[in-house]
Design a protein around this ligand. Structure first.
Ligand SMILES: Nc1nc2c(ncn2[C@@H]2O[C@H](COP(=O)(O)OP(=O)(O)OP(=O)(O)O)[C@@H](O)[C@H]2O)c(=O)[nH]1
Ligand SMILES: [Mg+2]
Length: 452
């Protein structure tokens, strides 16, 4: 993913600073060059890259470290601040009235329909009553696509017909009880050009969006843009803004593009707030965009808040106690079993790990527990006794054989599970040993989870 590449390159340059005994001019030059290279590879505008590097160099040599900060921390902090101000833009929250209305706009395949469902689910989870209307009469089966996504997430979807404005008008009554209504609109292939060579939206779509805007009167008009549009993001934002007055952007496909820096900086330069980001095809792969968190994560400073929030949503009270033991490395196979189930809900383990602070380096292959393997492990654990689950130490060779037989698995597989268990335990202990990160995490957990 874009941010993987950019992130690891940036983290590597910061690590170099951290390793350097003393920061001289040469170290600074090399670091700035590394950062430049990373930003350019992520499609960040050349001029902006130049500005960022000049600022870092100038500030690092002119400014004195703040009290309590070492020279190294000072430089890391400057890098962070410079990236924050030029890369991340404003934090964007939804600004909705009592009866919130949101309209999604964007070009073909940008991810409007998927995002409609993602946003619907996000608001639904906040306890709001959500309804969706599909006004896309352009793409065949657009209404059915949204209806299906809605049904999977218990959100009513309305639509059907040939005239978008009529669809809105006919369904206003159906959605009158909803707290928030989201409209999914039609797209077009690409921007066209006007007589002066400016990129504009196709005339027909312009008319259509304007009419929907007038009939629906949404407070939020969100432009859905895939991260891989790169520098063209600026044109898109301007063109849609001229048509309906864009109030924010949802950047999609941040998982699959190597060039997300272009779209990010374009929004930041234009001052259009990015409100959410899409990070996968799944309906849950959707996050609020918070610049501080975003840049912290990119630089490997750990996105603890998000992790805590996700953890909170998933663990019930009993599990919260367990979670405390879990991160201390104190847990049995039974807990692993439970954790595996919870992790499945949280998303891939690798994503969870990305949110942890820098310094917890876990080899990628240790995280990649595939769905299949999780299923196999679950079956194996199902054929263990309560005693064995609670005290894995009692597992003798003979017991392992019995379990394998009971689960229709090989002895190898059972051993693999035990290895995974020991590895996870060790990993958690290591994390517990990473005092700074851990303390920070526990502190945050204490504040957020009752009883901790
Ligand atoms: N990897 C990834 N894929 C996404 C994301 N968001 C959407 N997609 C995929 O992008 C494709 C297009 O998504 P849609 O939601 O149909 O796009 P749309 O803007 O409604 O497209 P039209 O209705 O044709 O204009 C689908 O295959 C989605 O699964 C994302 O955040 N990450
Ligand atoms: Mg669509």
């Amino acid at each position: 993913m874009v941010l993987d590449k950019l992130g690891s390159a940036l983290r590597e340059s910061l690590r170099k600073i951290a390793r350097a005994g003393y920061i001289d001019k040469e170290t600074l030059e090399t670091t700035v060059k590394d950062i430049q290279r990373a930003l350019l590879a992520a499609d960040v505008n050349v001029k902006l890259v130049f500005k960022i590097s000049e600022n870092i160099k100038k500030r690092a040599s002119d400014e004195k470290p703040k009290t309590g900060l070492s020279k190294r921390e000072h430089v890391v902090n400057i890098v962070y601040e410079e990236l924050m101000s030029s890369l991340a833009g404003e934090a964007g929250e939804l600004k909705l009235k009592d009866k919130g209305r949101i309209m999604l706009v964007g070009l073909f395949g940008a991810g409007k329909t998927t995002t409609c469902a993602k946003l619907g689910k996000y608001l639904h989870k906040k306890g709001l009553k959500v309804s969706m209307i599909s006004t896309d009469t352009w793409r065949p089966a657009a209404y059915e696509q949204l209806k299906q996504l809605g049904a999977e997430n218990n959100i009513p979807v309305f639509g059907g017909g040939k005239d978008p404005v009529k669809i809105i008008k006919e369904n206003l009554d159906n959605v009158k009880d909803a707290d928030v209504v989201i409209v999914d609109s039609a797209g077009r292939d690409a921007l066209t050009q006007d007589a002066e060579g400016r990129s504009i939206i196709d005339k027909e779509l312009t008319e259509e969006l304007k009419k929907i805007n007038d009939a629906f009167k949404p407070e939020e008009k969100l432009l859905i843009m895939p991260a891989d549009v790169g520098q063209k993001a600026a044109d898109q934002a301007r063109a849609f803004n001229e048509t309906v007055g864009v109030t924010g952007v949802i950047l999609t496909k941040l998982d699959s593009s190597a060039k997300g820096g272009g779209a990010l900086t374009a929004c930041s330069t234009l001052g259009v707030p990015i409100k959410f980001v899409g990070t996968g095809e799944g309906v849950s792969e959707f996050d609020e965009f918070n610049p501080t968190k975003f840049i912290s994560k990119l630089l490997g400073m750990g996105d603890l808040e998000t992790l805590v929030k996700k953890t909170q949503e998933i663990f019930d009270e009993e599990d919260q106690e367990k979670a405390k033991d879990f991160v201390k490395g104190k847990f049995t196979l039974k807990d692993l079993y439970k954790q595996i189930q919870s992790m499945k809900k949280m998303g891939p383990l690798s994503k969870v790990m990305e949110m942890l602070p820098m310094g917890v380096d876990i080899p990628k292959d240790q995280m990649n527990m595939s769905e299949d393997r999780i299923k196999r492990f679950t079956t194996i654990m199902d054929s263990m006794t309560k005693e064995e689950l609670e005290n894995p130490e009692v597992l003798s060779g003979q017991r392992v054989k019995r379990i394998a037989k009971g689960a229709g698995a090989s002895v190898e597989e059972v051993r693999m599970l035990l290895k995974q268990y020991n590895m996870t335990k060790k990993m958690m202990k290591q994390m517990g040993g990473n005092k700074r990160g851990m303390n920070k995490m526990m502190k945050m957990l204490k504040g957020k989870i009752p009883g901790m």
